[in-house]
Design a protein around this ligand. Structure first.
Ligand SMILES: O=P(O)(O)OC[C@H]1O[C@](O)(CO)[C@@H](O)[C@@H]1O
Length: 186
């Protein structure tokens, strides 16, 4: 019996390591449109979040794995967040697991009903394939969460653009508030 070491490692509070890991960075210049208002005090090169991903082969039955590190930034008072998306294939569900930090997983079903789950160290989140999902950092340290999703799920950003999440999250003097928004924003 041959016993091999895995080609990949993924230590707690670390990032996946191995030959095929891909790192991507979302800068403020790329993310500006996500937020309700522009914040001219944030420079374009600022890293809003970064993703380390172990890509799987495309096609049915394969799984991607990744971690997102979402920085504790405020954009004109709005808590930093991921872009948010539906899957292109609505049969594809996903798991998020929070490693550290404090935040909210904002979910929205196809009728536009929106709600949040609290994210904190060890929280595990099942995301139905029919739900749009976005993560919001409400804390004061980086929010780190793992994601596991089918490699053929796809990201449908247009759908969220046409039917935006109806609520935004703001923070002032450590107090979190929710603001309802209507059309016109992503
Ligand atoms: O592409 P978005 O909506 O910014 O979300 C980023 C996160 O979602 C994933 O696409 C997984 O759903 C990861 O790559 C990353 O964790």
């Amino acid at each position: 019996m041959e016993v091999k070491n895995s080609e990949l490692t993924f230590d707690w509070l670390s990032v996946p390591k191995g030959a095929h890991v891909i790192k991507s960075v979302k800068t403020y210049a790329q993310a500006k449109d996500f937020y309700l208002n522009e914040d001219r005090t944030i420079v374009d090169q600022t890293c809003m979040y970064e993703v380390y991903m172990v890509p799987a082969k495309p096609g049915s039955g394969h799984l991607n794995c990744g971690i997102t590190i979402l920085y504790p930034l405020l954009v004109a008072g709005e808590c930093n967040m991921t872009r948010g998306h539906f899957h292109q294939d609505l049969n594809c569900e996903e798991y998020y697991r929070c490693q550290s930090g404090q935040g909210l997983l904002m979910l929205m079903d196809e009728k536009g009903t929106c709600w949040c789950e609290r994210m904190q160290s060890g929280s595990l989140h099942h995301i139905d394939g029919h739900w749009a999902h976005r993560v919001i950092n409400t804390g004061s340290e980086p929010l780190r969460f793992e994601a596991y999703w089918p490699s053929d799920s796809g990201h449908d950003y247009d759908r969220v653009k046409k039917h935006p999440f109806p609520v935004r999250v703001f923070k002032e003097h450590d107090i979190i508030s929710f603001k309802s928004v209507t059309g016109g924003v992503q």
